[in-house]
Design a protein around this ligand. Structure first.
Ligand code: MV4
Length: 451
């Protein structure tokens, strides 16, 4: 039994978790920084504890302060949300040592999957398709150069501890290899304190398709279908949808089985996401596994009718999965637009400030996950995502229409947002045809101008 949960996060995801707790009759404890005294999550939780100054490394990333707050409040468990400490194996391990339930997989599993090179090896052993590339970590530029030739150009050099695009370089021919390798390794050493590198063949113009999996403590694993997250800019996703129109029922089954296999092979527990690259010829490859609840989880909730945050809590409390794979039914089509405090006409520069006037849409099949309110301040210290607008329609066309209608209603005055930019994407011909891949934003930057 879990009676009280400390939420080690802020913003909309903290609010999302507080709501799940309330519905389940579980007490919630918020932590907040000095910049978040008036934040919605601080106000909505049953209790709130200030844990330090605005910079995240003085508050939301301080493991000792968060563990002290948990023990002080008498919470049984910590929900880490996403970002911050959510995929930090040391934090999960400290929770375990303090007798606090970490709502997520074990520290060991987080660590193993956090090393992308190790994860690759685990997947190869489990017969999950991986991108052709090096079998082991690269020991020198010379060795890397030989392996790149074997793998075949273009190649991509990646940091074992990377992710989100850091410590990563493409090399299109042998003459570029050394420079790319050294640059990637240097960036990795700076960002992660480790420059273990590996090489993969560079997949051109793929889609980013990810599968939601759910695993209990008894080895039961199911998948909840996929999300197409190809619409992104600088590794920041902008629009996510489920299902992906690129998948036939047959391909969905094949990729879903690979995702379940991936989770089983890594001893996974709780909810997680298997990221794949999907080529036009339907070849797909494991890229990495995310060991947290994700920003875009609501689109999966819309099409499956499940509550993934409640499922996380039930699993952490030792309950069995509430359904079997056969009972999972994908209904209709869901799209999420991330609304950010940023200025698309100034190269998406962050736009912090006070929201002077606010109107958010509603109605059938329209969902808002947000922590903003009229008069609230968007702090420059944290992520610029201020709301998620999620719609659910009977098919993709209806979902797009609904999203345009909902975006058209949004009023957020006082700061700049990407709402108009999102609207333009939804009007784009290729988007409507489903002609999308990870290069979409770059390819259409001349047409989607937001003037
Ligand atoms: C790749 C790739 C093409 N080929 N690996 C980007 C972030 C990191 N998770 C891995 N990434 C990529 N790995 C191979 N072998 C292209 C990307 C990539 C990407 C992947 C998913 C979504 C958006 C992306 C944007 C640029 C590059």
């Amino acid at each position: 039994m879990i009676k009280k949960i400390l939420i080690a996060n802020r913003g909309e995801i903290a609010v999302r978790i507080i709501r799940a707790c309330r519905e389940m009759g579980i007490e919630s404890v918020a932590i907040y920084s000095e910049a978040d005294r008036d934040a919605l999550h601080t106000q909505l939780a049953d209790e709130a504890i200030c844990i330090g100054p605005a910079p995240a490394n003085k508050s939301y990333l301080c493991m000792d302060k968060i563990l002290s707050a948990t023990l002080l409040s008498g919470a049984d468990a910590i929900h880490p949300g996403f970002g911050f400490l959510s995929e930090n194996s040391k934090f999960a391990s400290l929770c375990e040592k303090c007798g606090i339930i970490f709502i997520g997989p074990s520290a060991k599993v987080i660590e193993r999957l956090g090393n992308k090179q190790e994860a690759r090896k685990t997947m190869m052993k489990a017969n999950v398709p991986v991108i052709p590339g090096s079998k082991e970590a690269i020991k020198s530029v010379e060795e890397g150069c030989l392996i790149a030739k074997e793998v075949g150009y273009p190649v991509i050099i990646k940091a074992a501890l990377g992710g989100g695009g850091k410590g990563m370089r493409e090399a299109w021919q042998e003459a570029d290899f050394e420079k790319a390798f050294l640059a990637a390794a240097k960036e990795a050493k700076n960002a992660f304190g480790d420059d273990t590198m590996y090489i993969e063949h560079f997949v051109e113009n793929p889609r980013h398709i990810e599968f939601q999996i759910v695993a209990d403590q008894f080895g039961n694993v199911i998948h909840l279908g996929e999300r197409d997250c190809s619409i992104q800019r600088n590794h920041q996703k902008m629009i996510e949808e489920s299902p992906s129109i690129a998948l036939s029922e047959q391909l969905r089954k094949k990729m879903g089985e690979a995702a379940v296999q991936a989770a089983k092979a890594s001893g996974y527990e709780n909810v997680g996401t298997i990221e794949f690259l999907l080529e036009k010829n339907e070849s797909f490859y494991f890229m990495e596994m995310n060991t947290r609840i994700q920003v875009e989880h609501p689109v999966t909730e819309c099409v499956t009718g499940m509550d993934l945050v409640k499922e996380q809590i039930r699993i952490a409390a030792g309950e069995k999965l509430s359904l079997t794979q056969e009972e999972v039914e994908i209904k209709g089509h869901s799209i999420e637009c991330r609304i950010n405090a940023e200025n698309p006409t100034l190269n998406f520069a962050p736009s912090p400030g006070i929201i002077k006037e606010l109107h958010l849409p509603g109605g059938k099949g329209v969902r808002i996950d947000s922590a903003i309110y009229s008069g609230c301040e968007i702090s420059p210290y944290y992520d610029s995502m201020v709301a998620k607008l999620i719609v659910h329609g009977t098919n993709r066309k209806e979902a797009i229409t609904k999203m345009k209608s909902a975006l058209g209603e949004v009023i957020i005055n006082g700061i700049s947002t990407n709402v108009d930019y999102q609207y333009e994407i939804l009007e784009n011909k290729d988007f409507n045809l489903g002609n999308i891949d990870i290069g979409f934003i770059e390819k259409h930057k001349g047409e989607i101008v937001c003037s």
